[in-house]
Every structure is written in C-alpha cells, then in structure tokens.
Design a protein around this ligand. Structure first.
Ligand code: ADP
Length: 471
C-alpha cells in the first residue's frame, strides 16, 4: 500500500509521465540530429560562406560524439519501455549535461563569446524548466553558466585557445554574421513561443479535465445527499415508533417480564436511541441549508452555551466531569441561524464530555477575536492522534480510541460542525494530542461590537451582532 502511494506521489508530482516524457525525448533526439547536421554543414561550408576557416577536425569530433550519443539514446528509447519517471528523468538530465558540454566545446571551437549560437543555452534551460522541478532547473541553469563562463574566462586569460569566428573586420557589418545572429535569435524566440503555447495547451487540457471531474464529483455528492435524505426520511418514523413501542412495553410490562426479556428490550432501547441519533444527525447533515434559512434570528451565545452545559450536566456528572464556562460579562447577541449555532455548540460540548476522562473538565470559552468571535471547547480526555485529526471531520469516521471507549457515536457530529461553521463563514481548528485532551476552536466572522453591520457580512446567511459582544 505504501509502495503504491509512493509511486502515485512520485508520478503525480511531475508534470510529465514516463510515457509522455518518452514522446518528448524522441523529439529531442530529432533536434539533436538536426543540431549535429547543422554543425557538420557549417564546419564544411564555413570557409566558403563566411570566409572563415573553422578548426575542422575538433568540430567534426564534436559532431561525431553527438551522433554516437544520439544513436545510443534512440536505441535505448526503442528498446527500454518507459516505466519509471525517476529513471527517465535521470536519463534526460544526463543527456542535457552531455548536450551542454557539447555546446560549450562547439562554442569554444567556433568563436566563443563571438558566436551568436550561445543563445542555445537558453533553450536548454527552457526545456529543463518543462521537465524538472525547482532545484533541478537551477542546476541546469547554473551548469550552463559555469560552462560558458569557464570557456569565456579560459579564452580571455589564455588557458583555452580562442578561435575567431571571423578573422577580419567589424562583425556587425558582415551579412553572414548578421544573418546567423538573427537566425539564432529567431530560433530562440520561436522555440520559446512554441514551448509557451504547448504548456498552455497542456494546462488548458488539464483544467478542462479538472472541471469535468469536479462536476462529476458535485453530481455524485448531490446524489449521495439525496440518498441520505431519502433514507433519513424513510427510517425516521419507523425508528421512533419502534423506540416508543419498546419503551412503553418496558414501562408497562417490566414487572411481569422475565429478566432476560427485560434485558433484551433494554438493549433494544439503547440500540434504537443510537439509531434515532444517527437519523437526527443525518437529517441535520442533509438539511443544513434549510436550517440556516429557517432559523435566522437573534441568538444570545452566552445563554446558548450555558444552556448546552446544563443539558449535558446529568451525563457529565455521572462521570464526575465538571464544566468551566469562560464567557463575556455582557450578553453576546448575534443575528444568525439559531439551529446551526446550537448544533455546533452541542456537538462540540457533548464530544468533550463523551471523550473526556472520568473526573475531567470541559472548558468552554467565548471571546472576541480579529473582528469576530472565537469559541473554544477544551477537554482533558482521550485526545486525537495527529493522523486522525483531519479524518474525524469526514462523515462516519470514528477514531479507534473513541470506538474502544464507547459505541455510542455516529461519526456525523463533527462533519455537521464543519459544514455549519463553513456556512456561517467561519473556520474550525483542532489542537490535540493522544491522552492529553483536545481543544476545538471555532472562529465566526461576527463583528465584535454594535449592530451597525446587521445585514452586511458574508452571504447568504450573514451573521451579525446586534448588541455588545463584550469580553
Ligand atoms: P461521534 O458521534 O463518533 O462522536 P463526531 O463526528 O462528533 O462523531 O466525532 C468523530 C470522531 O472524532 C469521534 O468518533 C472521535 O473519534 C473523535 N472526536 C471528536 N471529538 C473528540 C474529542 N473531544 N476528543 C477525542 N476525540 C474526539
């Protein structure tokens, strides 16, 4: 499994795949045949065309080396199937280093800095930027810089021989020189344009593909939501009917029941409670939008938090868990969706109780922060492994530690929290370590004072404060 992931990461972090890289390599091989041919022609015709006798033997040597290397590359491309992007890229890098060295030797033999073909270094860097990532691109650029500087300095200081491209006169008035300079300038420009256009074409294709996939994902998500909604609707009343029937049977017939039957019915009530909880959570999860629209109004967050703590008091006191509320002195009244805020606070607070240690503490704090409000719900419980900290916001995910602690849980509370917080324009974050408790922090973009912003704020369900937020 790990191997599979490594392979996918390795492949997807590069812009090209091993197979598409091969196609480009074939293309580079053709370019190299062309370059070797041009050097050969220039060497043979130089004295006739530009009245300049080039050092033929070493230049022909460069051509020979290029041809042999290129043949080896072509044979490899045909024989070895493209499997691993890393191996392929290593080959490209080797080829590029070879090409840069060959270009430098060629330039040294044909005028050094006088030779306008020095633009060809740029092409290599452009190609490198298409194939490699970050540091590797700069490695190629630096290699080109070092090689050419070494040649220029070597020729200047006399360590390397300087072969004049032209032996007499002012080069800027020599037509062949001007033509060659312009030709290499055009080549670099056109090649750059071609590369830019092909990158954009590739990017556009990727973007189109992403849009199509995103639409498919949105459609799948909608279908999932519709399914949840349908299931929730269909099982809601059978579950509550069954629960009240079993509870009534227990109440009325407990005295006459065999203990085994009573025990069975009590467990059935427990299971039906869990199923009811799941149905309620699913209903919240699938009806988020409606909840916001239906329940807009003034909400006193201080009161809401205090009431939630009261509601959880019985459950908490069974395990000697205490609440500490750190709330602003004056009421914090916001205009927002009461139901959404209620669900956010309830889910976080009830998790802080359920996953706390016996005798632990739940601390709920409300503060103003960065022009908004910050709600913190902290416990001293089992904590959450870093590897699980993203996953707990996924639907139905429960950590192994939580499953071991209690089977009463649906894995829908936090997805609901995240969804509602997002709909209110806020964010939820988590600090936790296994065995050392958890702190969930919700920031909400409610202005920290005054009602002047009522009706403003993030659409569609803009929360706003209609009285002093205090703190
Ligand atoms: P559940 O109904 O299982 O509590 P939630 O969506 O509310 O569903 O939480 C998902 C999971 O996140 C939980 O099952 C638990 O593993 C973990 N979790 C949530 N809150 C806490 C917390 N305060 N401490 C430790 N684990 C938590």
């Amino acid at each position: 499994m790990a191997d599979e992931h490594d392979r996918i990461d390795e492949q997807s972090s590069h812009f090209v795949s091993a197979a598409s890289l091969r196609v480009r390599l074939d293309w580079f091989n053709k370019l190299r045949w062309g370059a070797a041919g041009c050097i050969l022609l220039a060497t043979l015709l130089a004295d006739r065309v530009i009245d300049n006798e080039l050092v033929q033997a070493p230049l022909l040597g460069v051509v020979g080396v290029l041809l042999v290397l290129n043949l080896a590359y072509v044979v490899r491309n045909r024989r070895v199937p493209p499997r691993n992007i890393r191996v392929e890229l290593r080959h490209v890098k080797m080829q590029m280093v070879g090409d840069l060295v060959a270009l430098t030797v060629f330039l040294n033999l044909s005028g050094g800095i006088e030779n306008p073909l020095l633009y060809m270094y740029i092409l290599h860097v452009i190609i490198a930027s298409l194939l490699f990532k970050g540091r590797e691109i700069f490695q190629i650029a630096w290699l080109a810089i070092v090689l050419f500087t070494a040649d220029v300095a070597g020729e200047y200081f006399g360590f390397l021989p300087h072969h004049h491209l032209h032996s007499v006169g002012d080069l800027t008035h020599e037509v062949p020189f001007i033509l060659m300079t312009l030709a290499s300038f055009y080549l670099v420009l056109l090649f750059s344009a071609y590369i830019g256009a092909s990158i954009m074409k590739h990017n556009r294709a990727i973007k189109d593909e992403l849009v199509v996939r995103q639409q498919a994902l949105i459609a799948a998500d909608r279908a999932k939501m519709d399914f949840f909604r349908f299931v929730t609707h269909e099982i809601k009343s059978p579950v509550s009917t069954a629960q009240s029937a079993v509870e009534t049977a227990l109440e009325l017939g407990a005295a006459r029941m065999a203990p085994a039957v009573e025990d069975m019915l009590s467990r059935a009530v427990g299971r039906l409670e869990l199923a009811g909880e799941m149905v309620r959570n699913l209903a919240d999860f699938t009806r988020g939008g409606d909840l916001g629209a239906e329940n807009m109004g003034e909400v006193d967050l201080n009161r809401l938090i205090a009431r939630t703590a009261e509601d959880l008091h019985e459950l908490a006191s069974r395990r000697r868990i205490t609440f500490e509320l750190d709330l602003p002195g004056s009421p914090v009244t916001v205009v927002s969706s009461r139901s959404m805020l209620e669900k956010i606070i309830q889910n976080l607070a009830s998790n802080a109780v359920r996953y706390n240690r016996d005798g632990g503490q739940v601390r709920i704090a409300l503060k103003s922060a960065d022009g908004g409000l910050k709600l913190e719900v902290a416990d001293q419980g089992i904590g959450i492994d870093p590897a699980d900290q993203d996953r707990i916001f996924e639907e139905f995910y429960r950590t192994p530690a939580a499953q071991e602690m209690t089977n009463m849980g649906t894995g829908l509370g936090l997805p609901i929290v995240r969804k509602f917080v997002k709909q209110l324009g806020g964010q939820v974050s988590l600090h936790s370590a296994p065995g050392r408790g958890s702190t969930f922090t919700v920031t909400l973009p409610f202005p920290s004072s005054g009602g002047e912003r009522a009706g403003e704020g993030p659409p569609p369900r803009s929360p706003s404060v209609s009285a002093e937020a205090g703190s």
